[in-house]
Each structure stands twice: as C-alpha cells, then as structure tokens.
Design a protein around this ligand. Structure first.
Ligand SMILES: Cc1ncc(COP(=O)(O)O)c(C=O)c1O
Length: 357
C-alpha cells in the first residue's frame, strides 16, 4: 500500500453529532430529538427555501465560482469591499484554506483547549504543529496565548463564542491581545455564533480589520441562518489575504443552492430575530431546569450549553439519553454540550435527564 505520512495516520478523526435517522433506525423509534450539533431548531428561512426552488431546474450548470451576488449582498451588509470577502463550503473550509495558504509544515498555530476541534485537525493535516493553550476559567486565556506566539507561529485561532464552552472573550481583553500580536501572525477569529451573542462587551473585531491588521473574521450560515446542510460560510480579511486564499480555494466550492439560499436568508431579518428569541427563551428555561436538578453549567453566549457533570460519566449519560431518544454531545469524561432546541425539545431533554441522572 502507498505510505501515508505519520502526521496523517495519527489524526484522530472528527466525530460528528449522531444523525437523528441513525438513532431512530438503531432504536426503532420515531421523533428522536437532536441537540448535538448546534443547528437552528427552527429550520431555514422560508425565503431561503423558496429561493432554492426557483433555481432547482438550473443545477445542470456550474455555480458562479465567484459568488458574485452573495458577495455583493454581504459587502453591502458589512460595509466591506467584495474583494475583502471569501466564501467557503462552510466556515470549516475557510479554516482549512487559511492553514494551507499561510502555513508550511515547519510552522505553528496557537489555539485554545478545549476549542473547536477542527483547528488542530486542519493544522495536523498539513504536518504543522498546533500549540494548545488551556482555557482559563472556561475562557480563552488570551495573555497566555499571546505569550505562546514564537517566530514559528503563523496563525492564532480564537473561537468567540468558544465551542464547546459558549463563553466569550471581552472587548478590552481583545484589545490587549491584539496589541501583543506581532505583524506577520494571522489572527483567525471564528465568529460562528456571532448573531446569538447578547453581552454588550462582545468585541467588534471588524475594527481590527479596518485598521489593516492581519485578521480573518469567519462567520457562517450554518447556525442562526439554519443552512448547515448546504455548507456555506464566509470570511472577511484585507484584499491581499483574500487574493492568496482564493488561489487555494476550489473553483466551484459554493453550490448554486447555497448561494441563493444564503442571499435570501441574509435578508430575512424576521427569521434571525425569531431564532434569537427562541434561543433566549430556551436558554432561560434550561437554566431554570438545570438549577432545579442541581446541575452545573456555564452561562452561554451561543445556542448551546456546556454542562459540567458531578462524575466522570459523560459517555454513560450520553448513551442513556440516546435510549430516551435524545442526542446530546459528550465532551471528554465530565461534560456534555447541549444545543438549545425548541420548547418541546428542551422539555424532552429535561424529562430524559430526570430519568438518567
Ligand atoms: C466555532 C465553530 N466554528 C466553525 C464551525 C463550522 O461551521 P460551518 O463549517 O458549518 O460553517 C462550527 C460548527 O460547529 C463551530 O462551532
């Protein structure tokens, strides 16, 4: 067999949330509840669905490889030039493109631990080195991350809000951090849950972009816009960076349906507002119920809650919840990450937890 580089062979594959259909098939049940992948429980915007129907007959043609109309809409919305935007097959693809554009196998990338699991995977796939800096009180330890930057560091990844903790770093902490990042190091700020954040101290990272810093801001249509299955996200960075990243990007990485759906979803402000409302309502309900059950959790700025169990039995709790038809995400031995669902789904979760814990 052809030899596989050691850095590829040693990758621990990404484990996705269990699909609903799989659990229903395995247990022979119906109406399982999935609170495992931080999707929008309301579904996509109706306007996005209608927009897709209109272009279905045209899918014999390749999509617009430049994503002109979507970039135009984003450019107007964000007040940036079209050539300062890059579209990705999910923001996940943009993480990968950033690594392949800016890093060589001799380089390092600094990231939090625990944070989004794709960062170390993307770095390892290139044969480069990920430096994982433990969180401090469940938030990115930005001073330590800045201290971990060396001559070999090319990228610093910061998920804000962080996945899996749902916590954020604040504006003044970010200012301090950015003042310590030397030129030539790209700060990738992953704002996948940006639209859910309620805390007014959330940093406006566009400020650093406007200052001309080496920053790549990532957002996605997978979360609040409810289009996870279409795979579409975008990045904002200065033109010089976007131009280089576009050289690596696959020519037709964003399919036709994703392009039109994202454009329609962007305009459907009612859907976004309703999604925030449902999330806030679900959050309050779950906080109240977790308190009642004596369960510890971290207050969240996203659409999921990080639950801290009393014992190292997260996998066991996860498996018992599965038998009750509720899919959550175990994190290590001690923690669960639970997506905030619709009121009925949240009730199902609480009923199941009452039986299981
Ligand atoms: C922090 C963070 N970044 C990026 C992503 C990837 O999102 P997508 O590739 O669907 O845009 C996720 C998805 O869970 C996430 O939690």
């Amino acid at each position: 067999m052809i030899s596989v580089p050691e850095y590829v062979r040693s990758i621990k594959p990404y484990v996705p949330g269990k699909p609903i259909e799989e659990l229903e098939r395995e247990l022979g049940i119906r109406e399982a509840v999935k609170l495992a992948s931080n999707e929008n429980p309301l579904g996509p915007s109706r306007k996005a669905v209608e927009a897709m129907k209109e272009v279905l007959e045209g899918v014999n043609r390749y999509p617009d490889g430049g994503g002109y109309y979507l970039k135009q809409a984003l450019s107007e919305r964000l007040g940036v030039d079209m050539d300062e935007i890059i579209l990705g097959n999910g923001s996940n693809e943009l993480l990968d493109i950033a690594v392949r554009t800016f890093m060589t196998p001799q380089d390092e990338a600094v990231m939090g631990k625990p944070s989004f699991v794709v960062y170390p995977l993307a770095v390892q796939a290139l044969g480069a080195r990920g430096i994982e800096v433990p969180l401090k009180q469940w938030r990115h330890d930005l001073p330590s991350m800045a201290e971990s930057i060396t001559d070999r560091t090319k990228i610093v990844f910061i998920a804000n809000p962080n996945n899996p903790t749902g916590t954020i770093n604040l504006s003044d902490e970010f200012d301090e951090f950015m003042s310590k990042v030397p030129e030539g190091v790209l700060v990738v700020v992953d704002e996948a849950y940006y639209e859910y954040v309620q805390d007014a101290r959330y940093p406006d990272t566009m400020k650093y972009f406007r200052e001309g810093r080496d920053i790549l801001i990532l957002r996605t249509f997978s979360k609040i816009y409810g289009l996870a299955g279409l795979r579409i996200g975008y990045g904002i960075a200065k033109k010089e960076l976007v131009t280089e990243m576009n050289k690596i990007r696959e020519p037709f990485n964003i399919n036709t349906l994703a392009q039109v759906a994202a454009r329609a979803a962007l305009e459907d402000e009612e859907h976004v507002k309703e999604s925030v409302r449902v999330n806030e309502e679900g959050k309050s309900y779950l906080y109240k119920e977790f308190d009642r059950l004596g369960m510890e959790y971290l207050p969240t700025e996203a659409n999921f809650i990080f639950v801290i169990l009393k014992q190292d039995n997260a996998v066991e709790v996860y498996e018992r919840l599965l038998k009750e038809g509720v899919i959550v995400r175990p994190m290590g031995q001690r923690y669960l990450r639970i997506t905030i669902g619709l009121p009925e789904e949240n009730r199902r979760l609480i009923e199941a937890l009452e039986k299981v814990i």
